[in-house]
Design a binder for this molecule. Structure first.
Ligand SMILES: Cc1cc2nc3c(=O)[nH]c(=O)nc-3n(C[C@H](O)[C@H](O)[C@H](O)COP(=O)(O)OP(=O)(O)OC[C@H]3O[C@@H](n4cnc5c(N)ncnc54)[C@H](O)[C@@H]3O)c2cc1C
Length: 438
């Protein structure tokens, strides 16, 4: 078994970087494979002024291993900016700085192999076999366990797909595309954080001066991300442990109820936007440049010269609520959706799923493998919104999540992931939660 890894990681975004950082003592044999030739973190949305929605203390390691060499504080000290950082009194850091921190950690982790795409994973019974296309050509790697953290894919409504082009695209690529919006009518579809950041940058003429910007939100208004203290308690290991005990039916309801805890616009961003609109309209007298349209759902899009977007105004409803919008450029800020990487397609039949087709994940994020007697593990990070709750696609718990994986690999608590003293009494002892279907 000597040439068989204990763990192979697929992808090196923040979720797997956290796993790699917690395995730094090298007591288990591991390699992490990343398709990109150089580390970057969502470079297509690295827009000027974009801030993190998560504390820098929720970095790759600190919540479970504060003396680990890959912490954000270690990064600050090595970069000789510790005192300046404190004096700047920032509650959160810019996305640019957090990406630089992640890249700093990635460069120091020698288990990480860049320019190495995992093409396929086969099940060989005792181990998994990975076909890797790396800088030196093809390599076959054997691993007893695999940790998949390969990110999400852009969520594009089906009816939009035929229109995708240089002038109709998902925002995930906007900073790489640098679209020329000079003198154009731009429609921004989506009222979340990305939509807000795109609108700010359009107003700040990042890509030229648009003739008009129309911002469409399906929600009833431009709604804030709830970042208040008690809501943040939903992003704790204690809450995940409670959520795990709920019936599947309750989990679905709770995820829907908690949407704005993970999906709204940062209050600071909303204030910045409102002040920009105020200046534009009242001080510059430019009353037509910005059109805000909440409550509108995009139903269809066609192109005949310009784009024609069909909208439904849900505040009005019915045929009275039918509206049309003409635009030269359409930017889809329609979010990301969960996706498993194509390389694991050969394992699809082996992975157990629930009635909705979602992965059945253990407390330590290992998928249940159909009729499998062996003790191999296939971990999935970032895909368990309905198994582990709304914190799952977020950075908040990446260190804790990684510690769950590393403890499970070791079959012992290398990292103390026990619940802390939390004053929230989420459930009373002795209740049969599985039976408590509302
Ligand atoms: C713009 C933006 C900002 C965000 N900001 C926050 C925030 O402030 N706070 C927060 O909590 N969450 C935030 N999120 C949500 C989430 O934390 C991030 O999306 C995070 O990057 C997810 O990490 P990941 O490692 O799962 O995936 P990714 O960061 O997407 O990384 C996946 C990696 O896997 C690689 N890969 C894929 N397939 C293969 C393969 N076959 N072989 C090898 N490599 C492969 C990809 O190249 C990629 O580098 C943000 C998301 C976005 C899009």
């Amino acid at each position: 078994m000597s040439n068989i890894l204990d763990l192979a990681g697929i992808g090196a975004g923040p979720f797997n970087l956290a796993v790699a950082a917690l395995m730094w003592d090298k007591s288990l044999k591991h390699r992490f494979f990343e398709a990109k030739s150089e580390f970057s973190w969502h470079p297509g949305l690295m827009l000027p002024g974009a801030m993190m929605q998560t504390s820098y203390l929720k970095d790759l390691v600190t919540p479970v291993d504060p003396t680990n060499p890959y912490s954000f504080l270690a990064y600050l000290v090595e970069k000789k900016r510790f005192y300046d950082f404190l004096n700047a009194e920032q509650r959160t850091v810019s996305r640019q700085e957090f990406a630089d921190y992640l890249g700093w950690a990635a460069k120091r982790l020698d288990s990480l192999e860049m320019d190495s795409r995992v093409q396929s994973v086969l099940d060989k019974g005792e181990y998994f076999e990975l076909d890797i296309h790396g800088p030196k050509g093809q390599e076959i790697v054997k691993a007893k366990n695999i940790c998949v953290a390969s990110g999400k894919k852009p969520n594009i409504p089906e009816f939009c797909r035929p229109q995708l082009s240089e002038t109709c695209f998902h925002a995930l690529e906007i900073a790489l595309r640098n679209p020329d919006v000079q003198g154009k009518r731009v429609a921004v579809i989506g009222g979340g954080q990305t939509g807000a950041e795109v609108v700010i940058n359009l107003l700040n003429r990042q890509w030229g001066k648009p003739e008009q910007i129309t911002w469409i939100s399906r929600r009833s208004n431009y709604l804030p991300l709830d970042e208040t203290p008690f809501t943040n308690d939903w992003f704790t290991p204690e809450y995940v442990n409670v959520f795990r005990q709920l019936s599947q039916h309750r989990k679905e309801q709770v995820v829907a109820e908690q949407k704005l805890a993970s999906d709204g616009i940062s209050p600071d961003t909303l204030k910045e936007l409102y002040q920009l609109f105020y200046r534009l309209v009242h001080l510059e007298g430019d009353t037509n440049r910005m059109v805000l349209m909440p409550n509108r759902e995009m139903l269809e899009i066609s192109k005949c010269g310009a784009y024609r977007v069909q909208l439904q105004n849900h505040l009005v409803g019915g045929t009275e609520g039918q509206e049309w919008l003409d635009a030269d450029i359409v930017i889809l800020c329609t979010g990301l959706s969960e996706a498993l990487p194509p390389c694991i397609a050969p394992l699809q039949d082996r992975i157990a799923r629930d009635g909705e087709g979602r992965l059945l994940l253990s407390d330590s994020f290992a998928a249940q493998l159909n009729s499998d007697e062996s003790d191999r593990r296939l971990y999935f990070l970032g895909t368990g919104r309905y198994s582990h709750g709304i914190a799952e696609p977020q950075l908040s718990l990446s260190a804790w999540r990684a510690a769950q994986v590393v403890n499970d690999l070791h079959r012992e608590s290398i990292y103390d992931n026990q619940e802390s003293n939390n004053f929230m009494n989420w459930i009373s002892p002795g209740k049969n939660l599985e039976a408590a279907v509302a």
